[in-house]
Design a protein around this ligand. Structure first.
Ligand code: ATP
Ligand code: PRP
Ligand code: MG
Length: 214
């Protein structure tokens, strides 16, 4: 049995064509089914529906043989014990620093002011601001980061940006582009050794499908 961990939403949707290229079709819809283990057209392949931030954990502990997760999640979580054979180029976005449009970020940084930064990505934010020599107090949030500067809780946020619509709708502006983000295939290292014969063809099919779509 091969077990693949996926999160609902964009990763699930963008992974379906890749699975299809590997001859795998998921037989249930995670948006309508309450089931957390989904069957596929292949009796020896199943899909686990997990929280996006839990995908690396499931794969590390062998709850799943492989999974698909954002580079943001991998950097934040750490990637010990995970083999990362492929950038799938799906769920493309960037991780950025944003502030209220009336906040003078440049001057604050130049003056050496201490910034309060709200984010779900504390590790990425800590590393980024340390590399710039900017002192920060980090506030860990689990979602809706965009709110924090609006209610005076933070000077800045570190969050994902794609179209920029969420920032715009909340009167925030992007002031730093930290890095580009895409989703990666992650494989449990022990599973890769023990189940080479089943896992390799899936990696190869994903690789050709990604190559063909570039
Ligand atoms: P949870 O509800 O569990 O907090 P989440 O918000 O982390 O879930 P998703 O929004 O599906 O889950 O994000 C999964 C991954 O998709 C992220 O880790 C990131 O790599 C990528 N992603 C997130 N938002 C966007 C976006 N707006 N555009 C493109 N890719 C995105
Ligand atoms: C993500 C991210 C931003 C938004 C950016 O949220 O956390 O808020 O997308 O995308 P945009 O630049 O295209 O507006 P998501 O849609 O995943 O909602 P969530 O709060 O449920 O995670
Ligand atoms: Mg999200």
């Amino acid at each position: 049995m091969i077990t693949i961990a996926l999160s609902k939403g964009r990763i699930f949707e963008e992974t379906l064509p890749l699975l299809k290229a590997a001859g795998i079709e998921v037989l249930e819809d995670p948006d309508t089914s309450r089931k957390l283990i989904l069957t596929t057209n292949q009796p020896d392949v199943r899909v686990l529906v997990v929280r996006a931030t839990d995908v690396p954990t499931y794969v590390q502990y062998g709850g799943a043989d492989m999974g698909i997760t954002g580079k943001d999640t991998l950097l934040e979580h750490g990637s010990q014990g995970l083999y990362q054979p492929l950038d799938l180029h799906i769920a493309q976005c960037r991780i950025s620093v944003a502030v209220r449009s009336d906040f003078d970020y440049k001057t604050a940084v130049k003056k050496g002011s201490r910034l309060t930064v709200a984010t779900k990505y504390v590790a990425i934010a800590r590393e980024f601001f340390a590399s710039k020599g900017v002192h920060v107090d980090l506030i860990k949030l689990y979602g809706s980061m965009e709110l924090a500067p609006l209610v005076g809780m933070a000077d800045a946020i570190v969050d994902l940006v794609s179209t920029g619509n969420t920032l715009k709708a909340n009167h925030l502006v992007e002031v730093e582009h930290i890095m580009d983000i895409t989703s990666r295939l992650v494989v449990n290292q022990a599973a890769l050794k023990l189940k080479q014969a089943q896992i390799r063809p899936i990696i190869d099919a994903f690789e050709s499908a990604v190559g063909a779509s570039q």
